[in-house]
Design a protein around this ligand. Sequence first.
Ligand code: GDP
Length: 386
Amino acid sequence: MRVFFIGFGQAGGKIVDMFLAMDRKLQYGSFRGIAVNTARTDLMGLKHIEMKDRLLIGQTVVKGHGVGTDNVTGAKIAADEIDTIINAIDTRGTHDIDAFVVVAGLGGGTGSGGTPVLCRHLKRIYREPVYALGMIPAPEEGRLYSYNAARSLATLVNEADNTFIFDNSAWKNEGESVKSAYERLNEELVRRFGVLFRAGEVGKLGVGEMVVDSSEIINTLRGGGISTIGYAISDVITKSKPKKSIFSGFGRKDKGENLLTGEDKSAKIIGLIRRAMLGRLTLPCDYTTAERALVLVAGPPDELDRKGVEKSKSWVEENIAGVEVRGGDYPVDSTYIAAVVVLATIGNAPRITELLEVAKETKQDVIRSKERQSTMFEDAIDPLFE
Ligand code: GDP
């Protein structure tokens, strides 16, 4: 899939930077991206997005210092400068892309406020689908972050064609702070979404057993709402002729003799897909509520197996709410096989419910605190002047 990424805010910029680095390393050339921010230093910290593709907005308002956690100002700046952002996207070229993906941490200010605004305008201007990829904050980051994320997400689900969620709290380890985990979290995120977004592109090894093209990804995401993805990998069992070893002929089996039969290959792929779906999802949720799904396998050509993908699709279909399950595979030069399951348009995710609850409580507290402030001086001394 040819993707145009827009990294909005600090987290968004960092992640798009990593997607571009990965794309270059694997020599696919199917990703392009820009970064948009109100904070100059965040833009300077990026490595792989070209300088001309780093856009500083809101200079007259915040003078390059960022909006802090004020996502209302983030949204306002994005709306005021939407022409500049669209211009930067157009300059980079959009005629050959399959989709836009706007990436942001939803708990902050710039990305949280700007992403829904940008998605709305992208959808109005272009025919290609517009997806958001939002990181939601861990509760330990404080209630303001949860409040921001809930407001941003509630707006986003109406503006983007689909919103992928990555839950920071589900991915950090016990006792680890979110900040110290960022790098690891970002790698996990980019690895998973990289397998998905590269699907449908022809790499140097050609096409797979069962080609999946970008229209299948788009159709899977057609239902809107929020989506999550699962991932699993497995070592490849070498298929090469056994090398002569000092143990040859002494009744000991070489690793190279473990030739996989068709049945084994299918079983391996089904096992991988099950692990991907039942393991840790980017947003942990009740997978049985998913409306649609996409099953993807990427691995060395010898390991790919059409029957395995077909059987995996049936298994996923039996386990989700909807009946539309798509799937396919593509070859990669690797010693691993990777499987991704996209669970699209999910109906129930406890972390999102929790986020909305915290946001409601926080809103009430903010209102109460404002009321207290406004009545504090009511019966007090007369001001010097009115
Ligand atoms: P912005 O620059 O105002 O858009 O805000 P940030 O991107 O700095 O932060 C917003 C949210 O994203 C917070 O909840 C952070 O925990 C989260 N965040 C910040 N940096 C990263 C990162 O590198 N990775 C991940 N996964 N989350 C991040």
